[in-house]
Every structure is written in C-alpha cells, then in structure tokens.
Design a protein around this ligand. Structure first.
Ligand code: ADP
Ligand code: MG
Ligand code: MG
Length: 250
C-alpha cells in the first residue's frame, strides 16, 4: 500500500540549505496537499522528489515502492511512475498537443506509441476529462489561456498514468476556470492504485478537492499535518504562527 516514504530529507540549492528534514509518507489511494508561504521550499521538494539535477540531496532518503531512489535520474523515476506536472513556458511551433503527449508517453512507457493506438488512448482520456476533442490538434501553447495550459498538464497526467502525481501549482494567478480544471482532473484520475501530492499556496483549489492530509511546509520543514480543517485555519490565520516558531528555533 505504501508508495512513498521520505525520511529526514535535506537538500541544498546552490549550497543553500532549503529542505531541512522532510518526513512524509504517502500511500496508494491518498491525496495530500502541501501548503506553505512563498519560498518555503515547496517547489524544491517537488523537484527533489522528481530528481531534478539542480537540487542536491544532502541527507535523508526517498523510498519509492520500497526502493531507495535518491540516486535515480529523472527519466528513470518517470518510468517507475512518478510524475511532476510541467509547463512549457513558450509555444513550440509545429508541435500539436497530441504529438507532444505521444512523445512523452513513448518516453515514459518505453514503448513506441503507434499513431492509431495513441489516438485511441488520447480520445478515451479526453472523454473522461470532458475536454473538447479539437484540443488535441492545437499547437502546443499557441494562444493558450491559463486554463488551457492547465488542461495540458492534466492531460499529461491522464495519458502517462503515474502511480504518484505531484502537481505544483506554481502559478498563484490561476483563474477560477483553471482551478476547476485541475481539481476536476485530479478527482477523476485519483484511484485506489495511485496517489496525488498537490502543492499550493492558495486555498482556492481546496474548495473542490477532498484531501486526506494537509501538510504545512515552512522554512524547509513540515511543521504541522492535519486534514482540511488545517487548511481552513490557514485561510484565516495565515502562516505567521509557524514563521515565529521556526525563527525561534534557529
Ligand atoms: P516555494 O515553492 O515554497 O515558494 P521554492 O522551493 O521555490 O519555494 O524556493 C525555496 C528557496 O530556494 C527560495 O529561497 C528560492 O530562492 C530557492 N531556490 C529554489 N530553486 C532555486 C534554484 N533553482 N536556484 C536558486 N535558488 C533556488
Ligand atoms: Mg514560490
Ligand atoms: Mg513554488
């Protein structure tokens, strides 16, 4: 049942300590939300879990499906079923959403995707997500709204079928439409066989999601874990009490 176990994870970026001992356990079937103020280390945690080469592990371990993956490269982690949503910031001329996703599926599954079979898979996923079929033929990011870029992330997740999906909602300026697309996508794709970690520093998405756990990440540490009530509390009080805590510690 256990998918991910993170023990005392510490990480540096450009010789600066950013993660200062993260402990986290994620089982199949669970949705976890990680909240925290700007600069707390949320995106760093996401990148370290995915194996981004800029983020060095200085201590602790990442256990995925019972195996220590500290030294595993990004593509190998992806093949094992870890997914970190990513956005291409600029448009890529001549590449349609469908081509882009077929290439990604080939890379992650290690199996060449025939155009015909992949079209079928993609249609199935787009039906599930209730995306208009014309979306697949659009050029990647060309004239995409915030919501349409989010659709691409959710569709990536649907097509790649990860065991552990990490969604980093880096963009605080998400409109209601984009937030709803993400939340509905997560709800539809969550199953007893996978798990989700949703990183956010705003509460909006929690109006639509039912997380099993909410973790507060401040200054490189998880300072509190609770349920949705914890997120609601943060909405009124903010993070100031935790900031004080970590200041007095150091
Ligand atoms: P959050 O996602 O919680 O807002 P981040 O993980 O993005 O926080 O950043 C945590 C700290 O690490 C910040 O002080 C940030 O400046 C630093 N940091 C993160 N990534 C990099 C990087 N690639 N290069 C330099 N500093 C970084
Ligand atoms: Mg940030
Ligand atoms: Mg971030």
């Amino acid at each position: 049942k256990q998918l991910l176990k993170v023990n005392n994870l510490q990480s540096e970026v450009e010789s600066q300590p950013i993660l200062k001992g993260i402990n986290l356990e994620v089982n199949k079937g669970e949705t976890h939300v990680i909240m925290g103020p700007n600069g707390a280390g949320k995106s760093t945690l996401a990148n370290v879990l995915m194996g981004h080469p800029d983020y060095k592990i200085t201590d602790g371990e990442i256990i995925f499906k019972g195996e220590n993956i500290n030294e595993l490269e990004v593509d190998k982690r992806a093949k094992k079923g870890i997914f970190l949503s990513f956005q291409y910031p600029q448009e890529i001329p001549g590449i349609t959403v469908e081509n882009f996703l077929r290439t990604a599926k080939t890379a992650v599954s290690g199996e060449q995707q025939s155009i015909f079979d992949f079209k079928f898979l993609l249609e199935e996923k787009m039906d599930l997500l209730e995306f208009d079929s014309s979306y697949a033929d659009r050029y990647l990011n060309k004239g995409f709204s915030g919501g349409e870029k989010k659709k691409n992330e959710i569709l990536q997740m649907a097509v790649l079928e990860p065991k552990l999906a990490i969604l980093d909602e880096t963009d605080s300026g998400l409109d209601v439409d984009a937030t709803r697309i993400v939340a509905e996508g997560i709800t539809k794709l969550a199953s007893d066989d996978n798990a989700m970690i949703i990183i956010t520093h705003h509460n909006q998405i929690l109006d639509y999601l039912k997380p099993d756990f909410v973790h507060i990440l401040v200054d490189g540490k998880i300072v509190e874990t609770g349920d949705i009530k914890l997120a609601n509390k943060i909405e009124t009080t903010g993070y100031s009490e935790y900031k004080g805590e970590s200041l007095s510690e150091s």
